[in-house]
Design a protein around this ligand. Structure first.
Ligand code: 2IT
Length: 447
């Protein structure tokens, strides 16, 4: 395999799909050496097959807003790879959603799911529907309209969507209600992230953030460090940031910044439990403004418009918002301010230049597909509970999540340890995920 050649072909075939091409490039670069030691992979054209989704569903979603006006959006489901299990991955509702974004997310999901130790293939979906400023009724009508098209493409042993940016427990509830009405079956396992009283797993809402902090703990331990009393800057204030802030505080770290598309909130004395609870209200309001935190807690949280969380002095940076949210310049600013660790919690949160800078300037770095895999892993645990018609206690789920995050860290160490003894977590995660998916594809023949 020659990465440059494959990338040139993909670029010609999918011009302008920059996020997708970026995600593929990162993986191919890391696996090239290992791949070339396996002529059987080359013979079966594993890479050429793996970089293309199995199929893409595109559909029109029409709904009526509160003013009575008819609105039309586009909906998608990308079933990327089913070598190791049924398609699994979230739905993203965001105005910037285009096929390239969902293809990058589906591609990443395939490797991430392979790392979880659970049998799940990769998928992603969503819509260019913009939840910002929408009423609860509008959200419900949109979710129902979206599901009238999607329901035929999914199933508990076929494709199991969940939440992502813009899709949380409320949206999953509305979509599940409509799914049930259309399918006339109580297939709880068809969606994950459900409410705890109707099939949802305890700790699923917290799982992405909690898992990210468990991974961070392992990474720090391996580097002879500890999270206690360290300052943490994180971006976003949605579900993932909320879970990360909760666990970081619980482990004794001080969360000194959260951010939003409007700017950053500095919290010099560290985030409080009341502030963490208020993040849920901020998300539910659909205002998408982090400034609301400063308005609610004057004197404790200071808002600066137009600035990112990466401008705040910290030990550990946790991108928890959106792809490419941390640039090379941000990485330099973080390092100049004393930051020595960045665990990417968002999918592809760091631009390639930022990752390169971290890795060559002594900043510990781990990629999203390893760090944030606790979310989808707990979705996998939700599927197991649904399939066996039981529900586990918080302790049972948390113990399993701990085990999974430790195992992901071990896989990164196994495949990412360099001759000089340092660990390249990007390589480690990519090679570990790739080997599992590639081996399964090989064993299942040319399909
Ligand atoms: O990016 C992700 O891993 C998710 N949005 C969660 C997917 C899932 O199926 O729980």
């Amino acid at each position: 395999m020659k990465t440059a050649e494959i990338m040139a072909n993909l670029q010609a075939k999918h011009p302008g799909e920059n996020e997708y091409l970026q995600a593929v490039q990162e993986v191919l670069e890391s696996i090239e050496e290992v791949y070339n030691q396996h002529p059987e992979f080359e013979k079966a054209k594993i890479v050429e097959r793996m970089v293309e989704p199995d199929r893409i569903f595109t559909f029109r979603v029409t709904w009526v807003d509160d003013k009575g006006d008819v609105q039309t959006n586009l909906g998608y489901r990308i079933q990327f790879n089913s070598a190791i299990g049924p398609y699994k991955g979230g739905l993203r509702f965001h105005k910037a959603v285009v096929p390239s974004m969902l293809k990058f997310l589906g591609f990443e999901q395939t490797f991430k799911n392979a790392l979880t130790t659970l049998p799940m293939g990769g998928a992603k979906g969503g819509s260019d529907f913009d939840p910002v400023g929408k009423s609860n009724d509008e959200i419900m009508r949109f979710c129902q309209a979206f599901m009238t098209e999607l329901w035929n493409c999914i199933g508990p042993d076929q494709d199991i969507p969940a939440g992502d940016v813009g899709v949380g427990g409320r949206e999953i509830g509305y979509m599940y209600g409509m799914y049930k009405k259309l399918a006339r079956e109580y297939n709880t396992g068809v969606l994950t992230g459900k409410g705890a009283t109707w099939g949802g797993s305890i700790l699923r809402p917290e799982a992405t953030g909690f898992g990210a902090l468990y991974f961070t703990e392992h990474l720090l331990k391996k580097a002879g460090k500890d999270i206690k009393d360290k300052t943490v800057a994180l971006s976003g204030f949605g579900n993932v940031a909320w879970g990360a802030a909760t666990k970081a505080k619980e482990l004794g770290a001080k969360v000194v910044a959260i951010s939003g598309p409007d700017g950053v909130c500095e919290i010099p004395d560290g985030i409080t439990d009341e502030m963490i609870d208020y993040m849920l209200d901020m998300r539910a309001s659909n205002r998408n403004k982090v400034e609301d935190m400063a308005t609610k807690f004057p004197g404790k949280a200071k808002f600066t418009a137009g600035k990112k969380a990466w401008s705040v002095k910290c030990d550990i940076a946790l991108p928890c918002a959106f792809q490419n949210e941390l640039s090379e310049d941000d990485a330099k600013e973080l390092k100049a301010n004393g930051c020595w660790c960045c665990c990417e919690v968002s999918n592809m949160g760091c631009q390639p230049g930022a990752i390169h800078f971290f890795q060559h300037n002594g900043v510990l770095f781990a990629p999203g597909k390893a760090v944030n895999a606790g979310g989808v892993a707990t979705s996998g645990l939700e599927m197991t509970q649904n399939a066996s018609h039981i529900s586990w206690s918080a302790k049972e789920v948390d113990d399993k999540l701990h085990f999974i995050m430790e195992s992901i860290h071990e896989q990164c160490v196994k495949y990412g340890t360099q001759p000089d003894g340092t660990i390249d977590y990007v390589k480690g995660a990519n090679i570990a995920g790739f080997m599992k998916v590639a081996t399964a594809m090989l064993e299942q023949g040319i399909i």
